[in-house]
Design a protein around this ligand. Structure first.
Ligand SMILES: Nc1ncnc2c1ncn2[C@@H]1O[C@H](COP(=O)(O)OP(=O)(O)O)[C@@H](O)[C@H]1O
Ligand SMILES: [Mg+2]
Length: 274
């Protein structure tokens, strides 16, 4: 069976040959089955964003191959991957054009991969479709189609970004701490929306998160990157049974204690469990 994503022996070193040389990815191999939803945790600087950047094409790996639905995309131009690989970042401002209205943003996302995607203007038939998509969110956005995106709250804007990112059914959705800049309530709302979209669309998804509870609660599988390597990989029933305390324990074993002192990886609950 074709895997949706197949990464073999991925390596990346920054500042090669210089004092600050850092091997950020060391032989990372990973496959994702169609529809699989994986959460990725790891301390600051573990290589999580670099991994996602290699898949999206923003960073070129030194060695290794990346296949998407069987196609070798390791060296494929970033703009040519954009239709297949959608990304959502931490900053809600990055996923939407603030001066354009909600409907104009949706129209651009709807035309992803087409030559005229940035042409302004929205057709009446599209509007009804957009309104329907937004109504499902229950955020009242369907009545704010003409509002500029920068008048939305961070949570609303990130919800809109998610809708836009999945509109053209990308082969792979990459989320890089997409709720980290939101307040707890908005963060929870966006996480729930993520889960809903991913499940409804059977969207193959890789989600980086700083929040261990979310990493455990959401997704079919959890991996932990440490120092450029996958040190934990749990799925299925074993993942469902996982607790934050156990995860911290496995951190300790896998990393020789290095990570547990990194408070940024650990939520309050995790620290309390230690
Ligand atoms: N473009 C770059 N040039 C040099 N160093 C980089 C670059 N991108 C990331 N790094 C370094 O690589 C390491 C891993 O970064 P990153 O993948 O962003 O980690 P994470 O997302 O897990 O916090 C860090 O030490 C970071 O400073
Ligand atoms: Mg990062």
């Amino acid at each position: 069976m074709n895997q949706t994503l197949s990464i073999v022996g991925l390596q990346k070193t920054f500042e090669r040959g210089q004092a600050l040389e850092k091997q950020v990815l060391k032989q990372v191999s990973l496959t994702l089955a169609p529809g699989e939803f994986i959460s990725v945790i790891g301390s600051n600087g573990a290589g999580k964003s670099t991994l996602i950047n290699c898949i999206a094409g923003a960073v070129t790996a030194d060695n290794g191959t990346i296949r998407l639905d069987g196609e070798d995309i390791t060296k494929k131009r970033t703009d040519l991957r954009a239709k297949d690989v959608a990304r959502v970042f931490q900053d809600p401002k990055l996923g939407t054009a603030g001066h354009l209205s909600v409907e104009e943003n949706l129209a651009i996302a709807d035309r992803r991969g087409q030559k005229n995607r940035f042409k302004r203007g929205v057709h009446g038939s599209d509007l009804a479709r957009f309104r329907e998509k937004l109504a499902v969110l229950d955020l009242g956005l369907e009545s704010r189609l003409h509002a500029p995106a920068d008048t939305l709250s961070g949570g609303q804007r990130q919800a809109l970004t998610l809708i836009m990112a999945t509109m053209q059914r990308p082969k792979l959705l990459l989320l890089d701490e997409h709720t980290a800049a939101l307040d707890p309530k908005a963060s929870m709302m966006v996480m729930q929306l993520t889960e809903q979209l991913v499940r409804e669309m059977k969207q193959t998804t890789m989600m980086i998160t700083h929040n261990m509870e979310n990493a455990i609660r959401y997704g079919d599988r959890l991996i932990m990157l440490h120092d450029g390597e996958i040190v934990i990989d749990v799925r299925g029933e074993a993942k469902k049974r996982l607790t934050v305390a156990e995860l911290v324990d496995r951190f300790r074993h896998a990393t020789g204690d290095a990570v547990v002192s990194d408070r940024q990886v650990l939520s309050g609950e995790a620290l309390a469990a230690m």
